[in-house]
Structures are given as C-alpha cells and as structure tokens.
Design a protein around this ligand. Structure first.
Ligand SMILES: C[S@@+](CC[C@H](N)C(=O)[O-])C[C@H]1O[C@@H](n2cnc3c(N)ncnc32)[C@H](O)[C@@H]1O
Length: 175
C-alpha cells in the first residue's frame, strides 16, 4: 500500500497554469517619434496590471550567432540564465524575446509610467502602472541605461525643442 503524506506535509502542486491579465483600454499608435507605441484610451489607476507577456528564452549561443544580427535584437530583455544545478537564478544572463504587448512599450527615462518584473519561474514579464495614467498618455517603461538607439526624448531635451504649450503661448502673445 502506498503511504500518503498527511495534508499538513503535502507540498503544493506545481502550478499548471497562470491566469493572464491585460488592461483592455489601450491602443497601438503607429506613427510616434519612437515608432509604434501603446497609449491609454481611458485613465488607468496606479497598480493596475497592464499586461502579462510570456517570453521565449534564447540560449546565449542562439543570441550571439543569430538574434544579435537581426532586428529582433531590439526586442529582447536580459534574463538570468536558469541554472541546471540549482533552483537559484544564475548570475549569467541570456536574452528573452517578449511575446505580445510587452514588446511594444517604448522607453522613457523621465516619464516612465509602467514598471515591469520578470517572473523567472513562469517565464513571463508582468507590467504594472507605476502611477495613475491619464487618458491619451503613452505607456512607457525604462529599458535601463544602455540603449541601442538614440533616445528621442533625451535628444529633444538636449536641443531645447519646445513643447506644444510653449508654441501655443507664443502664438497668442504675438497675435
Ligand atoms: C521594443 S521596441 C518598441 C516598439 C517599437 N517602437 C516598434 O515600433 O516596434 C524598441 C524600439 O523602439 C524604439 N524606441 C523605443 N523607445 C525609444 C525612445 N525613447 N527613443 C527613440 N526610439 C525608441 C527603438 O527603435 C527601439 O529599438
């Protein structure tokens, strides 16, 4: 007869599924200065889960031999390489392709309104509103400090480009 563990000592069953969540009132805008971007079509309260995006883990070799040479390189996230010998994530990183909406969030250093966390066990990225987001705002994350492109926001700040309000103000004064 098989010996059953008592309910107290039973280990929790391995999760077989993960409920997904996506904030429904979003739109993809095609012609922003950053390319395509995700915008809110209603206000989003702080703490709302914006999306849970599964990832495709690449091996470091796949990345260096193939992906780094393609445009997909601009859509990958650093990801701790799962360790074959321990449950702890290793300190070596590989790259992960984010499947779904996560790959459409643009970068903003100064105006990021969405935070993201890696769920290493389930291999998903969870995106959450960092603050209340107004209707019409673009949803932006931080890509970190090492960018592979020229940040249009930083560029605009360096060149002292005027915002729409400043231009309107000048037109009124002159008129
Ligand atoms: C993960 S994709 C984001 C979606 C992308 N805009 C698109 O149309 O597919 C990353 C790319 O978006 C663009 N991008 C994101 N944030 C940007 C920024 N702050 N300034 C300029 N380009 C940006 C860059 O071309 C970058 O390689």
């Amino acid at each position: 007869m098989a010996i059953e563990k008592s309910p107290e000592t039973k280990e929790p069953p391995a999760p077989e599924s993960l409920p997904l969540a996506r904030f429904p009132h979003l739109k993809l805008v095609f012609d922003t200065p950053k390319g395509r971007g995700v915008f809110a079509t209603t206000p989003i309260p702080s703490g709302t889960t914006i999306d849970i995006s599964p990832v495709l883990l690449l091996t470091p070799q796949e990345n260096t031999t193939h992906i780094e040479k393609t445009s997909l390189y601009h859509y990958t996230y650093n990801w701790p390489l799962p360790s074959p010998t321990s449950n702890k994530p290793s300190t070596t990183t590989t790259q992960a392709v984010v499947l779904g909406l996560g790959s459409m969030f643009n970068h903003s250093a100064a105006h990021q309104n969405v935070g993201w966390t890696r769920d290493l066990e389930r291999e998903v990225v969870v995106y959450t509103a960092l603050r209340d987001v107004a209707e019409g705002e673009e949803l932006c994350i931080s890509y970190g400090g090492r960018l592979t492109f020229v940040d249009v926001e930083a560029e605009a700040e360096r060149e002292g480009v005027e915002g729409p309000e400043e231009v309107l103000g000048r037109i009124e004064v002159d008129g």
